[in-house]
Design a binder for this molecule. Sequence first.
Ligand code: OGA
Ligand code: MN
Length: 206
Amino acid sequence: MDDRDKNNDKVVQDLYEKGWSVVDNYISEAFRKDLLCEQKELLMHGQFRLAGIGSGETFAIKPEIRSDKVLWMDENLLTPIQEVYWNKMDRLKSAINQRCFLGLKSFEAHFAMYPQGSFYLRHLDQFQSVQYRIVSVILYLNDTWEESDGGELRMYFTRPDGIEEYQDFFPVGGRLVVFLSGEIPHEVLPTAKERISITGWMKDRD
Ligand code: OGA
Ligand code: MN
């Protein structure tokens, strides 16, 4: 069994037991740099747009709620590097389906860049218009990250006694965060420097 499969085993087991998982060094340093380099190139060409909330008729840009910029990947126009990412996520999706029976069918993903000072207020990734998002998958690409850089992902959990707790995770390069889109409220705290990631969603329809 190679490391990749071990990583997927851990994600699947965590997801099954508690609905979320954080795995460091999910990808190799070489591949992280490839993805980062590609994303920086796309950023330089000005292809990123302010992210929105909702979809279809309810879509709206609300910088007071989220101020990141995104660029969607096109499954039919993946670059070779994006294709490696896509295939990895496909393998993870199969592994999750085998154990968790979530009926995951398809995948969507965007590059995300949080400029200095940006954030994303508390939310669920499943909203009325996108109930088909079942599993959220975030892969961080940053070269370095210090505590003073902020930009933590804060995930909220409700204990059996009803009390809410949270845990914070820095966007450390190579770290993969996976959680059930409809169950884990989360937010991105204000970042003190540019914060780079790829966010994907596994969906239960095509
Ligand atoms: C999102 C999101 C969290 C992060 O894109 O919906 O919550 O840590 N991202 O980037
Ligand atoms: Mn989210």
